[in-house]
Write a protein that binds this ligand. Structure first.
Ligand SMILES: [Zn+2]
Length: 238
């Protein structure tokens, strides 16, 4: 059984220009190995639901992230995720080791079924699931997804919604179109690629051009728009 600690998380997220807050102790935090391994090959996306059920967590996003990292629920001990993303796009780093967020997972996309807490990095997005997604939060989610895809050496197809893996009828993250989300993560990954191939296949170049254009149409933040446009400009012309 493999049990990894993803101690590069905070540094990799910061390198992508995200606003990062580390919950102290995150590098050595995780469920004990007696509960299972941690060898993630995908990213599982959640919404937190209403905060009001957690007394310590109503105060603010940071307090909520600390509750996710350190306390959890009586029936579900912390950490409840590796990362949490606030409505303003701040990324809270909660744990480097195994979390309690996925339960048993059915196969989804490129990820096999099994112990979801071993297979996935869990991201709890602070959202009721019915309120919609602020531009700042969604853009931070896309960038975070791309950072994790790079770290795990996976494609955008390994980004899954809890509702896509749940065997108990979870519906999160609500109102997040996962196909559009995966497209945007794929485009973000392209912006990180350096044009190493001297002569890429013309059909591949056109595919990438379409992907970047589509993502650009939907990108909200100036930062992401600039990254996508710069990647488009680097593509060889027809
Ligand atoms: Zn969930």
């Amino acid at each position: 059984m493999t049990y990894r600690y993803l101690t590069q998380l905070a540094g990799a997220l910061r390198a992508a220009d995200l606003k990062v807050v580390e919950v102290p102790g995150w590098k050595t935090r995780g469920r004990p190995a007696s509960t299972g391994g941690f060898d993630p090959v995908g990213v599982l996306w959640h919404h937190t639901g209403s905060k009001d059920t957690n007394p310590k967590s109503i105060a603010d996003d940071r307090a909520y992230a600390e509750w996710l990292a350190e306390i959890g629920r009586s029936d579900l001990p912390a950490p409840l995720c590796q990362l949490s993303i606030g409505r303003d796009g701040t990324v809270y780093v909660c744990a480097a080791g195994r979390g309690n967020h996925a339960g048993t997972a059915r196969a989804s996309g490129t990820v096999a079924g099994g112990d979801g807490n071993q297979l996935y990095v869990g991201v709890e997005c602070q959202n009721t699931g019915s309120e919609g997604w602020s531009d700042a939060q969604r853009d931070a989610m896309v960038t975070t997804g791309a950072v994790l895809a790079e770290l795990l050496h996976t494609s955008a197809q390994a980004q899954r919604a809890h509702r896509e893996t749940s065997v108990t009828g979870k519906w999160d993250p609500g109102l997040l179109d996962m196909d559009a989300f995966r497209r945007d993560v794929a485009a973000e990954l392209v912006t990180k690629e350096r044009p190493e191939e001297p002569d890429p296949e013309p059909t591949r170049v056109e595919e990438i051009r379409q992907l970047l254009r589509e993502a650009l149409k939907h990108a909200k933040s100036a930062k992401r728009r600039r990254r996508l446009q710069a990647a488009l400009d680097r593509l060889p012309s027809r």
